[in-house]
Design a protein around this ligand. Structure first.
Ligand SMILES: *Cc1c(COP(=O)(O)O)cnc(C)c1O
Length: 398
């Protein structure tokens, strides 16, 4: 099978980069060019916003060529892109993405939430799929530029934001490299960054169907990376769950039915402790089958922070541990299962009220999100929207 890496480096000796002659150009935010849309779309009223359904006027695009390196990134009108139909992103899912949100604070500044974590994760996803390495700090710089260009698209209302979707995909093969449909990575890549105004994902509790016959991720697989191929295998089980009247899937793993994630979100439960000293906030450990969510990490950090305990007057005990459906059923029957929470950038923290498993439902009491979910959601939103300064988590788009 063709392996581009074994082919000698560019023979032409052409200057690729003035600072570093002979080597492929690095992605460079200072080279960003702007081609603005001639007419701007009307803003949508916030009542009609649905997650990921509408897009702003512009996107950022840059392409990578193995000899020349990165093109100068461009802001250009949002629109279709033309791709070679044989490229790996179509045939073999050679595609990674990220999801993050920009919020407008009361001070009128646009902020991202811990974007460095998304960028480190994107670097790892790229490496896992043999995409060209990206410098996440430069991608972040480009994201900030896009947010500033698209500022008018960030709704001012609390809970609303501009969702940012950076994507890097294998885009085409070098023509002299006779790969065609060969099962290998393409050597050209395209980075694009989209922006989509969005509102609260779900505020009413959702129901989950616990599924073990299909698995989302497995040891040694790619479940711990945000790679496109992880998601489409979940579509059919998700549809089957919906037909049974459940909103999302609770993904289990293994003969012991370990609880992993909910839909494309991390999953936490709040459990009463025997010593009555506050509550446990339990989630599965990062063993490679769990996506290392930024929101997950933030919930755990808050749960570990005495300053936050003082604010909410509850002692939280974060527990990253293996737990099973039997544990959930036992905690529920003992009256200890207080809250079940789906967690991620889109939803922030969302309540779950019912978990279907083997024909029965585990019911989590209450029609609304419980006090712990509510307190964590409020804290994260306060940081995201700039009402609270917290450990440098809110990053202003300057
Ligand atoms: C993106 C994602 C999450 C949530 O991660 P955040 O960084 O908090 O948005 C959780 N699980 C899966 C499978 C995901 O793709």
């Amino acid at each position: 099978m063709g392996n581009r890496n074994s082919v000698a480096s560019p023979a032409s000796g052409q200057t690729r980069d003035s600072a570093n002659p002979g080597s492929p150009a690095a992605l460079d935010a200072s080279k960003l060019s702007m081609t603005l849309a001639k007419t701007l779309k009307p803003l949508q009223s916030i009542e009609t916003l649905r997650f990921g359904q509408s897009f702003s006027d512009h996107m950022i695009v840059a392409t990578y060529d193995p000899e020349m390196g990165w093109s100068a990134p461009e802001v250009k009108p949002y629109g279709p892109i033309t791709l070679d139909p044989q490229c790996s992103c179509f045939q073999y899912g050679g595609n990674v993405f990220e999801g993050m949100k920009a919020y407008l604070g009361p001070d009128g500044k646009a902020r991202l939430f811990r974007p460095d974590m998304n960028m480190r994760r994107m670097e790892k996803s790229c490496a896992r799929l043999a995409l060209p390495p990206i410098d996440g700090d430069v991608v972040l710089e480009l994201i900030k530029r896009l947010v500033n260009v698209e500022r008018r698209w960030i709704p001012k209302e609390s809970g609303y934001s501009l969702y940012i979707r950076p994507t890097l995909m294998m885009y085409k093969h070098s023509p002299d490299w006779n790969v065609g449909l060969g099962v290998t990575a393409s050597d050209h890549a395209m980075l694009y960054i989209l922006a989509s105004p969005t509102g609260p994902y779900f505020s009413k509790p959702v129901s989950l169907l616990a599924v073990s016959e299909n698995v989302r991720a497995w040891p040694g697989g790619t479940g711990g990376h945000k790679v496109a191929g992880n998601y489409s295998p979940g579509f059919l089980p998700q549809r089957a769950a919906a037909e049974k009247g459940y909103d999302q899937i609770l993904w289990l793993f293994g003969d012991d039915r370990r609880v992993t994630e909910a839909g494309a979100m991390n999953f936490f439960v709040v459990v009463k402790r025997d010593d009555e000293d506050g509550v446990d906030l339990i989630t599965a450990p990062l063993d490679g089958t769990i996506l290392p969510g930024v929101t997950r990490a933030s919930c755990l950090a808050l749960a570990n922070d005495p300053e936050f305990h003082k604010e909410i007057s509850v002692r939280l005990h974060p527990q990253e541990m293996v737990y099973t459906m039997s544990d959930l059923a036992k905690w529920s029957s003992e009256g200890k299962l207080l809250e079940a929470l789906a967690i991620g950038t889109a939803v922030i923290v969302g309540p779950c009220n019912r978990i279907g498993f083997e024909g029965k439902d585990i019911v989590i009491p209450g029609d609304e999100m419980g006090p712990i979910g509510t307190a964590i959601r409020k804290k994260i939103l306060d940081i995201q929207e700039g009402r609270t300064e917290w450990k440098g988590w809110g990053v202003v788009c300057t």
